[in-house]
Unconditional design. Structure first.
Length: 398
């Protein structure tokens, strides 16, 4: 394990990630080929605390805001998309862990504060109510970062003693209680290692159960009068916005590489340097501004999460629906910027040896995560703006 040299604060952490960027980028192709992030990258990020952004300070974490979480994932994603994605998901799961009672937190971080957790929100698990908890079975795909985690939050349907549906929930389960299937064979985000966890009649005690219905309203099982306000933030807005961070970084990585290639000629023309072409200049400017607008949209989304939490307030439905629209819009906007840059760069960007095509595929897959689909966010926000009360018929996750 790498020597522990955690950054002193989030700005310091971001600076350390910037220093690691050449290594993260160099390991990108290996991560894709191996279908997991290179261990060198994991060790280096762990050593500076990149997976502890949302961990409570009492365990040595940064106890960061949603904006801090986005900034860290963006910085890592600028070096490699898959690495940025699992950084975001592990930190998401860290925040979820902090919503549980202290007993659960101690089980995860008490002996090793570097312990990593993954999360699969889909409620694929089936349960049986037993004294003190639940017996759960099921399979959960798309477990990003599962190669590197010791615990996982896995979605399940809870039932009462009579077997009747009671609530949807996230269950925190140690890796030692889970089976594993190597199923992640995809066109993009290959290095995220988003394989499948399997549970067969696993007991989960009540203190490791995060019920969905109260959580949507900000009622978390671990909340006490001493709980820091960052762990009182809107549940779905927080889980939603952090999926944007790595994508923002990927967009910047493509812009960096297109600008770096600006000295090359444009084939079949007399233009000796792309940078001499007005059309190229316009594309680069337009793409940069498009990425700026995505950054600003996500900054606004984070303000609407972090400011109410700091004030001890829970965001209303309209604000939460708008948050889902913000994130979908940002993902769509990054995709649009990358499309412009791909055209500006030319067909050489699609060579397998060119990292641009890997960044493009990674973002294309990430942008289609079901939780952030733009059309869904727009529909929820449109219904809320129009005063309709049928948003829950689409999804209760707002």
């Amino acid at each position: 394990m790498a020597e522990q040299t955690l950054a002193a604060d989030i700005p310091g952490l971001l600076a350390r990630i910037d220093e690691l960027r050449p290594m993260l980028e160099a390991n990108g192709a290996k991560g894709e080929a191996d279908r997991r992030v290179a261990q060198e990258s994991i060790d280096a990020l762990e050593a500076i605390g990149a997976f502890r952004v949302t961990q409570p300070k009492k365990y040595g974490g940064f106890q960061g805001l949603s904006q801090d979480h986005v900034d860290v994932a963006r910085a890592v994603g600028r070096g490699d998309g898959g690495t940025g994605w699992i950084t975001a998901l592990i930190n998401m799961a860290g925040w979820l862990t902090a919503l549980l009672p202290e007993q659960a937190q101690d089980e995860v971080w008490g002996e090793d504060p570097n312990t990593k957790v993954t999360v699969v929100l889909a409620t694929n698990g089936k349960t049986k109510r037993v004294p003190g908890g639940y017996i759960v079975s099921g399979e959960w795909g798309y477990a990003s970062g599962s190669w590197h985690a010791e615990w996982s939050f896995l979605g399940a349907e809870l039932v009462d003693e009579d077997g009747n549906f009671d609530d949807a929930a996230q269950l925190l389960i140690p890796k030692t209680d889970l089976g594993y299937k190597d199923t992640w064979y995809v066109a993009g985000m290959r290095s995220s290692g988003s394989n499948t966890w399997v549970a067969e009649d696993v007991f989960v005690p009540d203190h490791r159960v995060l019920r969905g219905t109260p959580a949507i309203l900000g009622q978390y099982p671990g909340t006490t009068e001493d709980t820091p306000n960052v762990y009182r933030a809107g549940w779905i807005p927080w889980l939603n916005v952090i999926l944007a961070g790595a994508q923002l970084g990927i967009g910047r990585a493509v812009l960096d590489k297109v600008i770096a290639g600006a000295a090359k000629p444009i084939a079949y023309t007399s233009i000796a340097h792309k940078s001499d072409s007005v059309a190229f200049q316009l594309d680069v400017a337009k793409a940069a501004l498009t990425l700026d607008s995505a950054d600003l949209m996500i900054e606004r989304a984070c303000r609407e999460i972090d400011e109410p939490a700091a004030a001890g307030e829970y965001p209303d439905y309209l604000t939460r629906a708008r948050n889902r629209a913000y994130v979908g819009w940002a993902a769509e906007t990054v995709s649009r910027a990358i499309e412009t840059l791909l055209t500006a760069h030319g067909s050489g960007g699609f060579a397998e040896v060119n990292a641009i095509q890997r960044f493009w595929r990674d973002q294309a897959v990430a942008a289609r995560h079901a939780f952030i689909l733009p059309a869904l966010g727009y529909e929820l926000y449109g219904k809320a703006l129009l005063g309709r009360d049928d948003g829950d018929s689409v999804t209760p996750l707002v």
